[in-house]
Design a protein around this ligand. Sequence first.
Ligand code: C5P
Length: 222
Amino acid sequence: MNRYAIIVGAGKGERMGSDIPKQFLELNGLPVLMHTMRRFHESVSPRLILVLNVHFHDYWEGLCDQYDFRIPHELIKGGVTRFDSVKKGLKAVKGKGVVAVHDAVRPLASHQLIRNCFETARDKGSAVPAVPSRESLRRGSLDRSESVSRDEYFLVQTPQCFDSTLLRRAYRQEFRNEFTDDASVVERSGQPIQLVEGEFNNIKITYPDDFRIAELLLTDKK
Ligand code: C5P
């Protein structure tokens, strides 16, 4: 099986309140993005395709020199939305195989999770990690809401893995606002989605507090 991983890191990370997007900030001595790429390289060694905003390409290359980061990867220019960025990364996937799409800001996906996603997608066409909600859930607005059964809902993570032909076909669709991840794009193209068990520690670093949690989780693993 040919394996590809598109790491999307072209977002501005505005919710973090820092001039440098969070994927480049240091987490326990190494930029977040390097932790993320290392996880893929050490687990299934895919062809790595890194999608970054063009204004940060030189900056990233400088970081690679500074940290002596030598994991081979292809650097691609990002787009205005995540959907555009994935689409651009997908153009660099030439052959057939399984393609993972992963958020640059999820440095804690375990080797086992990454392997399981690739293997399930090879057998079933897709693999999307998800965890049940630990919180009770309500739908609506602050003023008017109703409780819903949390047993029927999952929180969706990455890496989301797909057969390359299926993913390419899905990304030929026009962009829609509800396309917040790859599963929503693939599903809209008419393909069912196979969920796999995600990990509570596979957090998406979004706010400054997440950074501190990720530091603790990484320290724990050592
Ligand atoms: O914005 P959101 O938190 O959903 O971003 C998820 C991932 O998609 C992040 O890793 C971010 O860098 C990436 N992204 C991207 N191109 C964009 C917007 C987001 O690669 N235009």
